[in-house]
Design a protein around this ligand. Structure first.
Ligand SMILES: Nc1ncnc2c1ncn2[C@@H]1O[C@H](COP(=O)(O)OP(=O)(O)OP(=O)(O)O)[C@@H](O)[C@H]1O
Length: 466
């Protein structure tokens, strides 16, 4: 048998309130949860008859008195204190002779339960709103210049029609984001948005992915068959990225789907109907591919009823600063940091040609944020090829500075290729000591620049604090 002390420890460990009276309705003990829910200390209650607990106004009704009357389990609600509603369930415990020995009552705070339920409902509503919100607004681009705005305006205008859209643009320019926006503003926005990269898999796999297959269509095929994306995207949007890489045999099959809205799965004999919004994208010049015999002209015309072009980031320079700030804020929040761009970094990055476009900008920002040793990000932290700009070819920069920048770039390239100052100097046909002296001078200049940048920001901080 458990001792009184141990029993008390066990009931104290319970999250529901527990109230125990003897067979006459005199309080034996309560647990910690009961003290918390009722706000009444145990020592006040122990030894009190339940009628006295009610008379003193601690509780509105006593379930133990009801159990005494009924000689059976009773559940009722009580009010405790000001307006706390609790749900109490009293259970009689009889000894071997059938005499009522204890009444054990468990207590649940209904107010807490209701609050929890309300919180749960609120959470559900928030999630629902967020879902709806992200379904439309969040897929609009965050940063937009006039050139991109025109592209997005046209996309939203044609999105509700059935016209096929072909998006042209280099990698990382935002083609997928634009395709999602078209889906969000289309008549099938409630349906699925399915994306497939036609350059990412071999022909036979791509065919099975797109068209699906019947059970046992080929060796290794699943016994259940497979639903193709053309079917999965029914009443939604199918985004065919890198359409220029679609093999010719699949182009013929796709042409049939575009023309007739139906297709036959691999190994099948029956047509399946599909109703989907087709958006395609490519970084290739499809006209050149047509001329080279690698892309069907009839498919090109079918797919590009409305052609849209996303310019590369180097032609959207007015977006760069806003994008840098947007993603710096994004990664600061993600990693709970407080990094800032030095003005020179922004100026330098606005002149950088960004071959990987926005994706490259995002990756660079994340890398600089997570590797930053101080909150100020200076030009010293930029990769070498970005720092190498140094103002070359810019109006207002002296010839001497531009020649020096070119010299620095050539020496850095030689060092990268040959690994040692001796070999690099030999390749450039200069003395090793000349190369080393130049390097030392540039390093000293870079250090001085960094110190000036830091001082500028520190004095800026002091001004702000004042
Ligand atoms: N205007 C914009 N403002 C902010 N972020 C953008 C903008 N456009 C694109 N992005 C972001 O840039 C990244 C690259 O965009 P996206 O994947 O759409 O490019 P893509 O052209 O489809 O690339 P790929 O051809 O390599 O698939 C994504 O993280 C996207 O959210």
């Amino acid at each position: 048998m458990m001792s009184g002390d141990n029993l008390q420890r066990v009931i104290d460990a319970m999250s529901d309130g527990v109230y125990i009276t003897d067979g006459n309705g005199v309080t034996v003990t309560v647990n910690k949860a009961y003290e918390r829910i009722s706000g009444i200390p145990r020592k006040v209650l122990v030894g009190l008859h339940m009628s006295e607990v009610v008379n003193r106004g601690y509780i509105s009704r006593s379930v133990s008195l009801e159990v005494l009357k009924e000689k059976g389990p009773v559940t009722l609600t009580q009010t405790i204190g000001d307006d706390h509603k609790i749900l109490v369930s009293g259970t009689p415990m009889f000894d071997r002779q059938g005499r009522l020995e204890y009444i054990v009552t468990t207590v649940r705070n209904v107010t807490e339960l209701l609050q929890a339920k309300r919180a749960e409902e609120q959470l559900e509503q928030i999630l629902q709103v967020r879902e709806n919100y992200s379904g439309r607004e969040a897929r609009d681009p965050f940063v937009i210049s006039r050139a991109t705005q025109q592209c997005y305006d046209l996309a939203k205008r044609v999105a509700p029609t059935a016209a096929k859209i072909l998006i042209k643009g280099e990698t990382g320019t935002g083609k997928t984001l634009l395709a999602r926006t078209i889906h969000d503003y289309s008549a099938v926005a409630q349906g699925p948005f399915i994306e497939i990269n036609c350059a990412a898999m071999p022909e036979s796999l791509l065919e099975a992915e797109l068209f699906g297959y019947e059970p046992g269509a080929f060796t290794g095929a699943s016994q259940k068959g497979k639903t193709g994306l053309l079917e999965a995207a029914n009443n939604g949007t199918l985004f065919l990225d890198e359409i220029g890489d679609l093999p010719l045999s699949l182009q013929a099959k796709l042409l049939k789907v575009v023309a007739e809205n139906r297709f036959i799965p691999v190994g099948g004999t029956q047509f399946k109907r599909t109703n989907l919004r087709l958006v395609s994208a490519t970084h290739h010049n499809l006209r050149e591919l047509v001329q080279a015999g690698a892309f069907r002209e009839d498919l090109l015309y079918r797919l590009s009823v409305v052609p849209l072009e996303l310019p590369p980031l180097r032609e959207r320079t007015e977006e760069i600063e806003a994008l840098l700030n947007h993603y710096l804020h994004h990664f600061n929040c993600k990693y709970e940091l407080d990094c800032r761009w030095h003005r020179d970094v922004i100026d330098l990055l606005c002149r950088y040609p960004w071959p990987g476009n926005i994706r490259e900008l995002i990756n660079l920002t994340e890398r600089l944020v997570v590797t930053a040793e101080q909150s100020l990000i200076t030009t010293a932290q930029l990769p070498r090829e970005m720092r190498a700009d140094n103002g070359m070819g810019r109006v207002g920069v002296s010839l001497k500075e531009q020649v020096e920048a070119l010299e620095q770039q050539l020496i850095e390239q030689a060092l990268e290729r040959y690994g040692t100052t001796r070999q690099a100097a030999a390749a450039l046909d200069i003395d090793q000591s000349t190369l080393v002296k130049k390097q030392q001078r540039w390093r000293a200049q870079q250090k001085a620049n960094d110190v000036t940048q830091n001082e500028e920001v520190e004095s800026d901080d002091v001004r702000k604090r004042r």
